[in-house]
Design a protein around this ligand. Structure first.
Ligand code: 5GP
Length: 124
């Protein structure tokens, strides 16, 4: 089960306008903004406006309208960033084993260069 939502997390503060962000796209239920520490030429985070800790929480509790809005916002953001033709990677860390740092659901959009394999094998 997911931990309780902490309204003091950094993305909740961004949603409330208490901390600035470089906005890329926004909808009724979603917000996309540039990652503060980009790992690729394009590195944007897409978050739902609702209070969801991570993907597990969101997929269990969000409304059909929020889920549809969020999925569309991710695709629309990638097109807006111009990485739809070259390709991009979506990644969402969920929980401890995934090293999720910020406990508000976010999908990373990585692109702008070849991204290599998705994960190293344990034997690498
Ligand atoms: P996670 O490890 O939780 O999947 O990723 C969290 C991401 O949030 C990291 O890529 C980190 O650089 C980004 N991040 C952390 N704090 C801030 C912030 O204040 N503003 C922005 N735009 N990104 C942040």
């Amino acid at each position: 089960m997911a931990e309780a939502y902490n309204p003091q997390n950094i993305f909740a503060k961004i949603l409330r306008g208490e901390i600035p962000c470089k906005k890329v796209h926004e909808t009724a239920h979603s917000l996309a903004f540039h990652d503060i520490n980009p790992l690729s030429p394009v590195h944007v985070l897409v978050i739902p406006r609702g209070a969801y800790v991570g993907f597990d929480d969101f997929s269990a509790k969000a409304s059909a309208e929020e889920i549809a809005d969020y999925v569309k916002a991710i695709g629309d953001t990638a097109r807006k960033l111009g990485v739809d033709a070259s390709g991009y990677r979506l990644l969402s860390n969920c929980g401890a084993d995934a090293n999720q740092e910020v406990p508000h659901l976010h999908v990373h959009i990585f692109g702008g260069r070849p991204l290599g394999r998705m994960l190293k094998k344990d034997t690498d």
